[in-house]
Design a protein around this ligand. Sequence first.
Ligand code: UT7
Length: 329
Amino acid sequence: MNKKFGVKILSTGSYFPKKVLTNADLEKIVETSDEWISARTGIQERRISEKNEYTSDLAYKASLEALKTANITPEQIDLILVATVTPDMFFPSTACFLQKKLGLMSIPAFDLSAACSGFIYGITTARAFIESGLYKTILLVGAEELSKITDWTDRNTCVLFGDGAGAMILSASEESDDVLSTYIGADASYSDLLFIPAGGTVNPATVETVNAKMHTTKMQGRDVFKAAVQKMAFAAQKALEFSGKNLEDIKLFIPHQANMRIIEAVAKKIGISMNSVFVNIHKTGNISSATTITALDEAIKTGKLQNGDIVELIAFGGGFTWGAAVIRV
Ligand code: UT7
């Protein structure tokens, strides 16, 4: 592709619902223990949205923060992308609801579905739109309310997930090139290891599908774990290679926060110290497409990253999908 512009990352923002669900709270819901959850996953608590607080509400609040940090008005945005597997509705898209909440009209808005790799797919898409010259200022959001697609009687999954949203504003630039590389992949041979069986055209909603709890996340944890380690390490190496940078050039690695043991295994496989890996899973749990962007935002806010630092975001999720992006903040 003939590249017309570079990409400048103007800002990030994030938002979490107020309600905290601790491991101790979960002990009262299913047969589990703080000890098991902490040791096997690294998660201590997660945020849970209210009944009347929707994915687009979290997306909106994260977006407002990103707009404020970038010091731009919503009117300066010319495309909205929302990565999510927990949209407000099948349609209209959550991006459309977000557009309305931002008081915008006419600009294009659409959702991206790539499960936990959604934000990396989103950066890849935003980058292509900007580099081609098609859009100039893009609001990219990863927003999820996984609590609303969770079977709260299934201890294999309900201890893992949480809610939250992160936003990034990217714009066309003649000087900067903050997205050094992206790499994404997918393999549907494993689609039944991590999925929601019903609600789509395969199993439309019926009384039976609801009673059989087919509208909530199902996962073969051990198999997903193994694939996550392999694919995240592979994606990290690929994106690094495409960026022309070395491991030493990366100030911080920000992997998808699904399981502390996965994060440690990926770090070992890539050959990096855990000192250069950002972790906030203990506070958030797995928030799918919102993990890497909320973690990036926290790393910036807490001073772990300074202007000009190079970061690698790495993700893996249902599909399977995977990806990594080397960016300058
Ligand atoms: O975001 C997309 C990517 N998602 C992931 O990457 C998640 C990948 N998978 C995982 O993180 C892990 O596989 C889990 C955290 C889901 C499970 O950890 P594990 O070490 O693989 O445990 P396991 O599934 O092999 O289960 C071990 C034992 C079982 O008991 P038995 O059969 O050994 O008696 C489970 O029944 O732990 C039991 N168990 C629990 N015990 C207490 C499973 N869940 C729980 C629980 N509390 N919540």
